[in-house]
Write a protein that binds this ligand. Structure first.
Ligand code: NAD
Ligand code: MG
Length: 407
């Protein structure tokens, strides 16, 4: 049984659908709001959330006449209330308010908080059996088994919003589980695709933030440069579709036009293509099980001319290998992988470690975790959050020695 509904079954869509967007002020949030803006009569915005940007959240709340808005920073409640006074929009602040936003009755919820901070809110939407468009891949990397089991239990539908997984979601319907040989997710290769290891080691924040194809939030952009993002996505694919690590391959495809492919037993390979525009997979999730008219540019392959593919280089991009290792290890290892990466990326942004040290800190944290005999199945969100918390502390402890060490 799967919480990802692989075969389309046409369902009647009500006139105005109640929707909520968690992480409404971010890059995915922005793309989602843009799609809602395209057909305001079809959607009633129930709840919107943000971390700390009161002005942006209040502006969206007014534009979409949201019923409830929540800001994660508890000190900003008064500012939010002031910004929305006289509008009738209810306001909340703190983690509990973000969870409340997810728990409110919207039948479609976009989960687009960045990082493991989005786990509890996404679970609150899953717990009431909502349709959850999942962009926040860290939920699955942090607590995938538990998250997907909970969705099956509650009848929540998980629609993959990440472009590669959305591509697989679209392609997988062409065959059955027994006919599936493997899935392939593509990676642009990021800004350092052609750089040697010594250059990657010394890459600056500005260089890491220059993604060749996609415009995204800061953390995922850095994850794309290290290929940590593709590692997170391998783990994400495994949970979404119930795949073993050996059934998931990564292919570097610098043009980012083919997002994902599925190989079946008859050797047919079914792919999904589209411009590198997140509004395309999000529109698929928003329209599902139908398709809506999207605002994105149509794909002009004649103009693009060439689609090229390369094998990933696990030596120059060790993050990808670490992700497979974590997935094979299981028992919380992917939770540690994700937590250590969040600490490492924050340290890189703060100028405390070199770019090359991101993967080294993740590896050191994972090794320390395995050595200390801490591996155990995670049976609840609290288990996952505890491992996440302890792994962050472990990564923070290891950080000075990793920072001091040359590659
Ligand atoms: P972003 O940083 O642009 O936005 C994150 C959103 O979450 C913002 O609204 C922010 O206010 C909110 N937020 C951040 N920390 C929070 C916290 N502690 N509590 C509550 N809210 C918080 O990030 P993004 O690029 O939009 O990515 C969001 C998620 O989607 C990530 O998991 C990312 O991996 C995934 N994703 C993004 C893209 C993309 O193109 N940007 C593509 C695929 C998947
Ligand atoms: Mg992706």
């Amino acid at each position: 049984m799967s919480a990802v509904p692989l075969r389309n079954s046409k369902a009647a869509v009500s006139a105005a659908r109640a929707v909520s967007v968690l992480g409404a002020t971010g890059s995915i949030g922005d793309s989602t709001m843009d799609l809602l803006r395209g057909a305001p009569e079809r959607y009633q915005v129930e709840a919107l959330t943000a971390n700390s940007n009161v002005a942006a959240l209040a502006k969206l709340a007014k534009e979409f006449n949201a019923r409830f808005v929540a800001i994660a920073d508890p000190d900003l409640l008064k500012d939010l209330q002031d910004a929305l006074s006289g509008t009738g929009t209810e306001c909340g602040a703190g983690e509990s308010a973000i969870i409340e936003a997810a728990a409110r009755p919207a039948d479609w919820v976009m989960a687009a908080v960045s990082g493991a901070a989005g786990l509890k809110p996404a679970l609150a939407a899953v717990d009431r059996g909502a349709t959850v468009a999942l962009a926040n891949k860290e939920c699955l990397v942090c607590a995938g088994d538990f998250f997907m089991q909970r969705a099956i239990l509650t009848g929540a539908r998980i629609l993959p919003a990440d472009s590669e997984h959305n591509a697989l979601f679209q392609a997988l319907g062409s065959g059955n589980r027994e006919e599936l040989v493997r899935v392939i997710i593509t990676a642009s290769g990021g800004p350092f695709r052609t750089w040697d290891s010594a250059e990657i080691e010394q890459a600056t924040l500005a260089q890491a933030l220059k993604h060749p194809n996609w415009s995204m939030g800061q953390k995922i952009t850095i994850d794309s440069a290290s290929m940590m993002n593709k590692g997170l996505e391998v783990i994400e694919a495994s949970h979404l579709f119930g795949l073993t690590p050996d059934e998931i391959d990564v292919l570097v495809h610098p043009q980012s036009i083919v997002h994902g492919m599925v190989e079946f037993s008859d050797r047919s390979v079914v792919a999904q293509l589209g411009a590198p525009d997140m509004r395309i997979p999000i529109a698929h999730c928003l329209g599902w099980p139908d398709r809506i008219v999207g605002p994105s540019a149509r794909l002009d392959l004649a103009k693009i001319g060439q689609l090229t593919f390369e094998a990933p280089d696990f030596d120059r991009f060790p993050a990808l290998k670490l992700a497979y290792d974590a997935l094979r290890t299981g028992h919380g290892a992917t939770t540690v992988f994700n937590a250590a990466n969040e600490v490492a990326v924050a340290a890189f942004i703060a100028g405390k470690i070199r770019f090359g040290a991101i993967a080294r800190l993740v590896e050191a944290t994972m090794n320390a975790w395995v050595r200390s005999g801490n591996l155990a199945p995670l049976s609840s969100a609290d288990d996952a959050i505890a491992v996440d918390h302890n792994a962050r502390n472990k990564a923070a402890t290891l950080l000075p020695q990793i920072a001091a060490k040359a590659s």
